[in-house]
Design a protein around this ligand. Structure first.
Ligand code: NAD
Ligand code: TYD
Length: 337
């Protein structure tokens, strides 16, 4: 039986990855280490708690003793733990630098001393900055534009340096905009869906022309799994799809699917430094045999359906005082500038 440490496993993609691993790899034991920040939620993994192949540890990746304890006896580390929302990084970058960079340093040091066999850092397409034309390949120079993206880019460089300097068997995945069950309703798709369900306006930033290509979370998980098992140590792998959808159309589609008034789409002041386009060349991971299983229409339908079917999950989050005060702070600042 092999053992895997999944940091940030109570968050959106991490919890889906834990479920994916328990299902597809019955020989694998999973330890989740998660600080349970505002974005971490035990409800995301409560169905995993029933198996003796799963163990949860509440703790911070910045704390070396906690990390050493959780990592001891583990073959593989997959790091999802991060502050993940660009708008929050604009309001206050401090926790982004702390967790996304310093936390990764602590994980790398622990993994190096414990001689972990595989260390996979879950990164993002945002490290390349926005791409007005063409497609980013893994060897492109980094040009991050938000504190979130810069903290992730810095971590990628540190992870790569552990390969070059210490020969550590590291891997990096750079995923695109991921959607699906258990995504905290601050990211655009779950925010738009849950606002529409409550007949609240859908706030489209600027003129709504910025585009994103959406990836279903299970496809993101299967890509990470593929890279873990067949990727070449020291390499980074882009993970994404190529159907570009702008904010204007995304809001309109959701209102249409949920049969809500088109007038709920509302244009609001733009995000500062808004990246207008990300676009990934995924040839390298395709060469490992990975393909996404859902196209945009299918992933949108499936995601909308999950939020319709799980009102208790998102209503609990949206009723928390922290959720409401975050929105108040964000829009107070945005309308002032
Ligand atoms: P999320 O915000 O939903 O979850 C992050 C998790 O990390 C939470 O459970 C949180 O409690 C935990 N965490 C935060 N700080 C921690 C700390 N100091 N110690 C331990 N745990 C801590 O994020 P997500 O959307 O699931 O993203 C997971 C990873 O994937 C991140 O590294 C992110 O950069 C990357 N990524 C996300 C997307 C996306 O579209 N969501 C796309 C590409 C890459
Ligand atoms: P988001 O989900 O925050 O992801 P990213 O990190 O890629 O920016 O936003 C996706 C896109 O949706 C991005 O172009 C910003 C836009 N957006 C809105 O128009 N309104 C919103 O309320 C949010 C959160 C995002």
């Amino acid at each position: 039986m092999d053992a895997m440490l999944v940091t940030g496993g109570a968050g959106f993609i991490g919890s889906n990855f834990v479920r994916y691993t328990l299902k597809h790899h019955p020989e694998t034991q999973v330890v989740v280490l998660d600080a349970l920040t505002y974005a971490g939620n035990l409800a995301n993994i409560d169905d995993c708690a029933g198996t003796d192949r799963f163990r949860f540890v509440q703790g911070d990746i910045r704390d070396r003793d906690t990390v050493d304890d959780a990592m001891r006896g583990v073959d593989t580390v997959v790091n999802f733990a991060a502050e993940s929302h660009v708008d929050r990084s604009i309001l206050d970058p401090s926790s982004f630098i702390e967790t996304n960079y310093n936390g990764v340093y602590v994980l790398l040091e622990a993994a190096r001393h414990l001689e972990v066999k595989r260390f996979l850092q879950v990164s993002t397409d945002e490290v390349y900055g926005h791409v007005p034309a063409g497609f980013s390949v893994e060897s492109d120079a980094f040009a991050p534009r938000s504190p979130y993206a810069a903290s992730k880019a810095a971590a990628d460089l540190l992870v790569q340096s552990y390969f070059t300097t210490y020969g550590m068997p590291v891997l990096i995945t750079r995923g695109g905009n991921t959607v699906g069950p258990y995504q905290y309703p601050e990211k655009v798709l779950p925010l738009f869906i849950t606002n529409a369900l409550e007949y609240k306006p859908l706030p489209v930033y600027g003129d709504g022309s910025a585009v994103r290509s959406y990836l279903y979370v299970e496809d993101h998980c299967s890509a990470i799994d593929r890279v873990l098992r067949s990727g070449e140590a020291g390499n980074a792998y882009n993970v994404g799809t190529n159907r570009e959808v702008n904010g204007r159309d995304l809001a309109a589609r959701i209102l249409e699917i949920l049969d809500r008034p088109a007038g709920l789409r509302e244009f609001v002041p733009d995000r500062s430094g808004h990246d207008l386009r990300y676009a990934l060349d995924c040839g390298r991971i395709q060469a490992l045999g990975w393909r996404p299983s859902l196209d945009f229409d299918a992933l949108l339908d499936r995601t909308v359906r999950w939020y319709v079917d799980h009102p208790q999950w998102w209503r609990e989050i949206r009723n928390e005082s922290g959720f409401r005060s975050y929105y108040k702070k964000q829009y107070d600042e945005r309308y002032q500038t």
